[in-house]
Design a protein around this ligand. Sequence first.
Ligand code: ATP
Ligand code: MG
Length: 1132
Amino acid sequence: MAYHWQSSQQKQSGVEDMTLLPKISEASIVENLKKRFMDDWIYTYIGPVLVSVNPFKQLKYFTDKEVEIYQGAASYENPPHIYALADNMYRNMMIDFENQCVIISGESGAGKTVAAKYIMAYIAKVSGGGGRVQHVKDIIIQSNPLLEAFGNAKTVRNNNSSRFGKYMEIQFSRGGEPDGGKISNFLLEKSRVVSQNQGERNFHIFYQLLAGSNGTQKGSQIPTHILDILNSMGLTEPNYYYYLNQSGVYKVDDMNDSKEFQDTVNAMKVIGISDDDQASVLLCVAGILHLGNISFREDGNYAQVDNAEFLQYPSYLFGIDQDDLMTKLTSRVMDSKWGGKSEIINLKLNTEQAAYTRDALSKAIHSRIFDFLVESINQAMQKDKEEINIGVLDIYGFEIFQRNGFEQFCINFVNEKLQQIFIELTLKAEQEEYINEGIKWKPIDYFNNKIVCDLIESKNPVGVMCVLDDVCATLHTVTEGADSKFLQKLNGAVGTHQHYQGAKEGFIVHHYAGKVSYDVEGFCDKNRDVLFTDLIQLMQSSDLEFVRDLFPEDVKGQQKGRPSTAGNKIKTQANRLVGKLMQSTPHYIRCIKPNETKRAHDWEEKRVLHQVEYLGLKENIRVRRAGFAYRREFDKFLKRYAILTEETWPQWRGDVRAGITHIMNAVHMEKDQWQLGKTKIFIKAPESLFLLEEQRERKYDTYARVIQKAFRKHNADKYYLRLKQQASDILLHQKERRRYSLNRNFVGDYIGMDDNPGLRALLGRRERVEFADTVNKYDRRFKVTKRDLIVTGKCLYLVGREIVKKGPEKGQMKEVVKRKIELGSIESVTMSTLQDDLFLLNIAGDYASLLESIFKTEFVTVLSKKYEATVSRKLKVSFSNVFEFAVKKEGWGGGGTRQVKFLTGNSDLATMKTSGKTLNVAIGPGLARDSRPGLRQTAHKGGARNGAATWNKGGGPRRAAPAIPQQQTNTPGRSVGSRGRSGKSLRRQQSTEHPSLPRDGAQHLAKRINQAHAHNQDFMSTPDAGMSGFQRKSLKPGARRPAQLVESQDQRQNHSPNYHRLEQYGIMIQMTQMNFMSVPTISLKLSVKIPQDGGEEDLEARKACFHPTMWRKYKPTISSSREAAIDETQES
Ligand SMILES: Nc1ncnc2c1ncn2[C@@H]1O[C@H](COP(=O)(O)OP(=O)(O)OP(=O)(O)O)[C@@H](O)[C@H]1O
Ligand SMILES: [Mg+2]
């Protein structure tokens, strides 16, 4: 029985699919979500869209049991779940062989990253695969902690906030095995490396490294190649480092940095990053921390390094010269053009410029390490030929901080674009499609945020990014005043835009998700995003290959045209992403954040309402209710369901529309459930589609059974043929054979155990019957009684019949086990050398059984095979024409021994004569003892399926492993000349060589900055919805009507205003019993009462047919034949 809330009596909270809400308003959506959230149901559907509310606690329905029940199940069989969505994607991909993608959206801390991880884990669990596939799965899973270490950070909104966007494509083979993958990453918020807002942290990796070096003693699982270098990195408390001590936060609740450090290192290993590169990555992370501690003082308008001691560690860790580092931080070589002449000048920097240069270098190193990690992951998952994929999009969520800079602007822009996709595909395109296809439809209004996207990215008329690029193009090195110039130009260009507002130090954008005020300071610099050539050259001079590889630019090569700006990059990336998503079948998860306290069961009504509004959930429900759940091109639909009728299978030769109509009529699909458009068929309710699917699966099931049966028979034939060969081997040269038995086929079960439940019940539950026959048993007086002889993998049974003497079954004949012999206690089997059918079972320490069966050869063969498999010894089979054996001690005269003597006679039938304690058996000569059956050789498949053995390479690093590291002889003050000697290898930094740590670090700086912070928490409150909210609110509510009510084009022109009031009236749910395709189905009929000028009109709004047979969990039939195939391999 399927697991379903209806069958398992689970408490229902609200409605599981909000298209069934009796009243559609934002308030009722919020109420429904709240009810479910409070009862720990975080998932709710709007048709195929999954709404997910962050529970801020671990819920219990993410175990293997759920993976099992959601696998292959239809969405209505189980409560809404992210596994159902993941399963749907996976199955869609396999059925249609089309790429799928899931767009996970929601604001910062709403649960996008957690959702993405659940999807990846589910797909890894349900998809099969051998060595290579398992390796890819490991990489997919392990890429998460690694990229999170370098790309996630604690913000005031989320303790594990993604500070980059990620689109992970899981690539599959035709068989549905994930055998490759690709990550595209978007704009890492690198400014975080050098500064963080109050209450926030830098990227996790910095704290992990420090905690990891602290926790190296007890039970640490850090590998030695990392342990070796941790002591040489100058690691101490986080408040020592300027890049960490600005925000006053070092720890995150429920986050164990030391443990996560181990996970990060382990992830690098799984991904296949070499030991040396792993060490290099961490040396660079430490290097960035030390670089941040270099401070500057004014010396005659120019910057001087405040304390040269602080230069030692960075130069040591990056493998660069200390003096070079100092020079490059305090001056810059410029190419100056003057009067047609080009001249190189050395420009001295002031303290701000020097600090800016230092920070630019730190940001560049961190973001390049991040790119290196993404590249390493991609290399390890790369496959030659891409087939199909599932893409998982998890980006940084929409966010508002106290101070919002260029990064927030980009992050919010990407979110704006995603909202646009959602609108395009679920609200706009859907409605347009109905109109294009000639399906009767009345448009539903919604707020389209394209206007905000255009404000940001449009070229004509110019948008914010264009203005910014223009200002940046006119700048050279000097950036002072650039930001205010940008603001001034911006106000001139877009000042009158409805979604734009000038502000004191910046500008306000009325985003779809609320008003955000941006501070223009730093916009120009961050947008230009150029790394000075001096710094690139400095890093290229490193004696560490890893560091040099991070900076591969050809600095001498001439730059052509305008350099690409960060804004331009994110714009291009976002549009490329949109293009990619549009080519896949999209699925949506709309994440909602219930509070800012991060506490379970805390519900901030206003905040949720705001999200429900801007996510457009109400409009989503309306379109969904009025629309069609499913649509398909005619030919694809016909191909898929052709199997349902004889006329369409295997091919329909007539008009495609007629073919579809034929199928729909054949399955008695109700007329109001489907419409034919111009190129596609539209099906109204998902349940109607499920019915078609169910019918199709049944047909396939029937065919699968036929194939399976044939396959099993083929397997059995092969098995018994082998048995026959083995049988003749046992008897060869030992026993004469009967003429007709030699080439007889082996069958195994001569009783028909499957049809004999009484007999079956006597055996153990999991015991498989290997041989069963009715035999003659000879007692101590050589009197014959019939017995059922049954051999299983464990025991041998002799079953007789007895009349029940007592109880309700008194007087009835019943099967009784007369003798049960464990295979291990069989000592031997004795047979004569003649063609008779007698054999003696000799049991260790017990009496023997004298039996007779015409299938004795098959019996002995099966017994030998099972005996050897169970006891791990060969069964002793002896041949003698005199049997001497002990009989059962039973009653008066029991016990003692008996004899059977065999003599050659004349007849093929044995003649038996008893003489006292001896039975004399005479039988005519049979076939010669060396007779063999006429065997066909069975082909052996052994070894052919050893596909996994060919896999071994997988996650190799992209570069050849460096040579064995040499001892580091350079000290911080070493000469430039000594650099080249360590060549390409990573130096193992050892504690004796590393510089000493300058005292105090950058603590003095921390104080100054902390004090400067204002403690304004206004930005944490629910955002002002701004113009977007106003425009949303001023939309007329669109009509949501059933298909039956759809008006003609003419009617649409002057439709009754009453339709708009539809949602003010409740929906009546009525259960009716009806007959559908002669299988009883329960129809859920929703009727809507709408007042019509005083009167009332009953309208059937929606029908949902629940087919009882569909409640069971459906297992794809294909797996049955696959199981059969596996059986076969195991046999051979
Ligand atoms: N399904 C869930 N079960 C339990 N806890 C959850 C779940 N979803 C989210 N959380 C909690 O909320 C936190 C924030 O979630 P997550 O990091 O996924 O947010 P996000 O939407 O990715 O935010 P950002 O845009 O900042 O990256 C998680 O670290 C976790 O503690
Ligand atoms: Mg995230």
